[in-house]
Design a protein around this ligand. Structure first.
Ligand SMILES: NC(=O)c1ccc[n+]([C@@H]2O[C@H](COP(=O)([O-])OP(=O)(O)OC[C@H]3O[C@@H](n4cnc5c(N)ncnc54)[C@H](OP(=O)(O)O)[C@@H]3O)[C@@H](O)[C@H]2O)c1
Length: 266
């Protein structure tokens, strides 16, 4: 589908994973409008039902799906069913898991590490690929993946989280390049701290905190502008450049000195 570059971007069918979460729900609100279909994925059925009711009251047509992204094959099957029935032209892969190692343990919990790898990397990468197959046949589309500024840093207390997001960022760059010829735009969204349940569990400062509503607005604008990578809020873009200039030994001392904890260990 060749887009009219002068018309405002108006996706017709949008699939959002992590729609039951802080940023995903705000994105659903942002896009809810008459004439638009939202396919909202999450695990929490009650949250999905409440969100669907809100989006319907804003005029959107809504379908919900309870999917556990730890089961990558089930997620792929579900995606293919939604793709065949509704042909999404924008897919936002927002679901994510985070975890922080406690100081009294030698490593992260291996089972949690496996879940993190599936929810943050393996399944979104597979879903993005399935989405691209369908979109390529239809002449194009847009795919957004949620990374994190954590991807820029080898966080010793969150090795699995920072590396899952780093891998996802690399995938987004490579796939975006590969799929450009099929009119598919890939955007990697890399937030700093957004005030959602995920960051509310952190013990420690959350500098430059952004509301979920503002995050959704910024992300939608980045998708509209087809930005390959969008890091927000802007101080994290500056920080990333500055930290690249720091010698490795000092970088390691700083990273090892960071004191970050987590409440409500799931
Ligand atoms: N908040 C931040 O400060 C921040 C910073 C950097 C990056 N991010 C990234 O932004 C994205 C959205 O985060 P958020 O802040 O909105 O987090 P959130 O409020 O904790 O929501 C997380 C979402 O992921 C879904 N999810 C988690 N595990 C899942 C699984 N196994 N299967 C299916 N869905 C699963 C949750 O579904 P249920 O609730 O239904 O279980 C929920 O919808 C994530 O990818 C996150 O890593 C967030």
């Amino acid at each position: 589908m060749k887009s009219d570059t002068t018309a405002p971007y108006a996706p017709r069918v949008i699939l959002i994973t992590g729609a039951s979460g802080g940023i995903g729900a705000e994105l659903a609100h942002h896009y809810a409008a008459p004439g638009r279909t939202l396919l909202l994925w999450g695990r929490n059925g009650q949250k999905l039902a409440d969100l669907a009711a809100q989006c319907r009251s804003m005029g959107a047509s809504v379908q919900t799906r309870q999917v556990d992204l730890c089961d990558g094959q089930a997620a792929l099957n579900a995606y293919r069913a939604d793709d065949a029935a509704s042909t999404p032209d924008l897919v936002i892969l927002g679901a994510g898991l985070s975890d922080i190692q406690t100081p009294d343990t030698t490593t992260e919990d291996p089972e949690k590490v496996l879940q993190l790898a599936q929810v943050n990397y393996s399944t979104p990468v597979a879903l993005a690929t399935a989405a691209a197959q369908g979109m390529a046949q239809r002449g194009g589309g847009r795919i957004a993946l949620f990374g994190s500024v954590a991807a820029f840093y080898e966080l010793p207390f969150a090795a699995s989280y920072s590396s899952s997001k780093s891998g996802l960022a690399f995938f987004a760059k490579a796939a975006g390049l590969g799929w450009r010829q099929h009119e598919i735009a890939v955007t990697l969204l890399a937030p700093g701290f957004v005030d959602t349940p995920m960051s509310q569990r952190l013990e420690g400062p959350r500098p430059f905190l952004v509301s979920p509503k503002k995050a959704a607005r910024l992300c939608a604008r980045a998708i509209e502008r087809k930005l390959p990578v969008y890091v927000f809020p802007w101080p994290f873009r500056v920080l990333e450049v500055l930290t690249r200039l720091v010698p490795q030994s000092l970088r390691e001392r700083i990273l090892l000195g960071l004191a970050v904890g987590q409440k409500d260990r799931a």
